[in-house]
Design a protein around this ligand. Structure first.
Ligand code: ZN
Length: 198
């Protein structure tokens, strides 16, 4: 049986998203066998992140400053606001390298199943942001799930008097996707959101 210290390390690593007990054991062993080259820098990085990373007061992204690097960037479009569910969705949008406006992280979706109501989301902060800053367009980039779409309709109702243009990411055929492999819902949405080509 492993020592308590090793057991504890495995236990903590196993709890990380995407890892389970097996991956947790492998990661723990790897760190213990490479203490200087892998474990020490990891400890330093985690400690630093723990001490400095905070939630942006303006958009709810994560950063080492209270107003994040995206909100501070004067070169970004100040009049467009993209509403995302989570920080990981914000990161995904940034990776796409096509959006240059502002963000707002809602902090989840409304979900009757999980008991998440409007009060659990950052709605009040969103309303304040829209009231104090003039945005020309709000883009919803929420999941194409029932919860995601319910959330979009709810938030849209609340903000419709504050902003002139409200749009949503299109849902449809993925780039490189073959029609034969699509599920019926995706194909139906793509058809109803068709665009003119001539
Ligand atoms: Zn921010």
């Amino acid at each position: 049986m492993n020592s308590d210290e090793i057991q504890r390390l495995i236990q903590l690593l196993s709890r990380l998203p995407g890892l389970g007990p097996r991956s947790g054991r492998r990661a723990a062993l790897h760190l213990l066998q490479k203490k200087e080259s892998h474990m020490a820098p990891l400890i330093e990085s985690i400690t630093k992140a723990y001490q400095t990373i905070q939630t942006c007061q303006s958009c709810f992204n994560l950063d080492s400053q209270s107003i994040c690097y995206l909100c501070r960037d004067p070169k970004r479009d100040q009049h467009t606001l993209c509403i995302v569910e989570s920080v990981s969705d914000l990161w995904a949008m940034e990776r796409s390298n096509t959006y240059r406006g502002q963000y707002f992280v809602l902090g989840g979706n409304l979900s009757a199943m999980q008991g998440i109501g409007p009060d659990q989301l950052n709605l009040r902060a969103l309303m304040e942001k829209l009231q104090t800053k003039a945005f020309q367009e709000v883009i919803f980039a929420l999941s194409a799930t029932l919860d995601g779409q319910t959330t979009m309709h709810y938030v849209r109702e609340r903000i419709s008097s504050l902003v002139a243009n409200i749009s949503s990411l299109a849902h449809g055929v993925p780039v490189g996707g073959e029609l034969d492999y699509l599920d019926d819902g995706t194909l139906a949405t793509a058809l109803s959101h068709r665009y003119k080509v001539a």
